[in-house]
Design a protein around this ligand. Structure first.
Ligand SMILES: NC(=O)c1ccc[n+]([C@@H]2O[C@H](COP(=O)([O-])OP(=O)(O)OC[C@H]3O[C@@H](n4cnc5c(N)ncnc54)[C@H](OP(=O)(O)O)[C@@H]3O)[C@@H](O)[C@H]2O)c1
Length: 337
């Protein structure tokens, strides 16, 4: 059995990791950490785990975690991860980091965040953990940068056609909607129930922190510069992301041919489903699963791609477990649905 630890086990994605890993046939969770004054029984902190685990969670002690694990998931806020991850790597441990700290190159990171990364040694060696793009690299990686939730939905929605879009110089507009758990469980008035419930609003239009990640990864694919106009919205639901991608159709092709292109591109991918003609997928189709569903339409000269995921699964912990399965030669779908 593979021995794994979850650092940041109290967060939304940390809890999802524990949930998946407890039922994973090839894995044993050997340690859980977050910020605790004294050790706590995990199922006392989160009663939904009662009867499933008697694990005790503690505050982070790097040596203790390394002694007990083969692989560590770090589910920490960005800028915190980059202080913790190198200490595990130094001790020869493999890491899957869920934060944004290792998704860009060091140069891109400095440009995007206007400050130096504190772990330049590892940032440029990390593998971007999108299996549909980097499976072979993930197999050999010691550090996987698990993709962001919005970028997962957008990049998967664009991968099959991004080269043609670049070649034709077409403008990409992405209108994304996310459930509130995408922001984590931190206290924030704008995330409180009364602010979100029965409301729907746009935030950070074309200024969201995930834009550099989408542009960087897509630019690597086309070996040229890609710009994404990204307009995020906050939905009054807990989980799920729906990204509507709009591209003016100047010769990319007819709808049936475009759908076939997507089907062929993702052929054999266990977690990508291309929707039938005239069906646009919804959040409920993927909530609670590791699937990304993609709907395709060309109408009145506009290509419309709709890509939906569960932000906490394909957008975070499910994808992290998919990456673990690939890194350790396990069945890629093990533990996932
Ligand atoms: N939520 C999503 O949909 C999603 C999707 C993709 C990626 N991510 C990324 O995954 C990471 C975790 O996200 P999340 O949504 O699970 O966040 P979260 O709910 O806010 O949880 C954060 C975790 O980090 C711990 N933590 C917070 N501040 C810390 C500090 N200063 N030092 C050490 N530990 C600290 C928290 O522990 P305490 O109990 O001690 O506060 C908690 O366990 C983030 O980088 C996020 O951007 C999230």
């Amino acid at each position: 059995m593979l021995k794994v630890g979850v650092v940041g086990c109290t967060g939304y994605s940390g809890q999802e990791l524990v949930d998946i890993l407890l039922d994973h046939p090839g894995v044993e969770i050997t340690c859980l950490t977050a910020r605790f004054d004294k050790p706590e029984i995990y199922s006392d902190v989160y009663p939904r785990f009662k009867g499933r685990t008697s694990l005790v969670c503690e505050s982070l002690n790097v040596d203790a975690v390394c002694e007990k694990t083969d692989l560590i998931f770090t589910a920490l806020p960005h800028t915190i991860s980059m202080d913790v991850v190198p200490r595990f790597i130094e001790k020869g441990k493999k890491v899957i980091d869920l934060s944004a700290d290792y998704r860009l190159s060091s140069k891109e990171y400095t440009n995007a965040y206007r400050k130096e990364h504190s772990d330049v040694e590892n940032i440029d060696k990390a593998v971007y953990g999108l299996p549909e793009m980097n499976r072979d690299k993930i197999k050999k990686a010691f550090l996987v940068a698990n993709p962001g939730c919005y970028p997962t939905s957008v990049i998967l929605g664009l991968l099959p056609i991004i080269k043609e879009v670049k070649q034709a110089g077409l403008n990409i507009v992405v209108d994304s909607k996310s459930g509130a758990s995408g922001a984590g469980r931190k206290a924030d008035i704008s995330l409180s129930f009364s602010e979100i419930n029965e409301n729907f609003k746009c935030y950070k239009p074309n200024e969201h922190q995930h834009i550099p990640e989408m542009e960087s990864i897509l630019s690597r694919v086309v070996k040229g510069e890609i710009q994404v106009n990204f307009i995020p919205h906050l939905l009054p639901v807990t989980r799920g992301i729906l990204s509507s991608i709009y591209i003016e159709d100047k010769g990319v092709g007819a709808e049936a041919a475009l759908r076939k292109k997507y089907v062929d591109y993702f052929s054999g991918e266990p977690f990508i489903r291309i929707s039938e003609q005239n069906y646009m997928p919804g959040i409920r189709d993927v909530a609670g699963t590791n699937y990304c569903d993609i709907g395709i339409k060309i109408v009145r000269g506009m290509i419309i791609i709709v890509s939906v995921i569960d932000n906490l699964l394909k957008g975070a912990s499910g994808q992290a477990v998919q990456n673990m399965n690939i890194m350790f030669g396990l069945d890629e779908t093990a533990g996932l649905k």
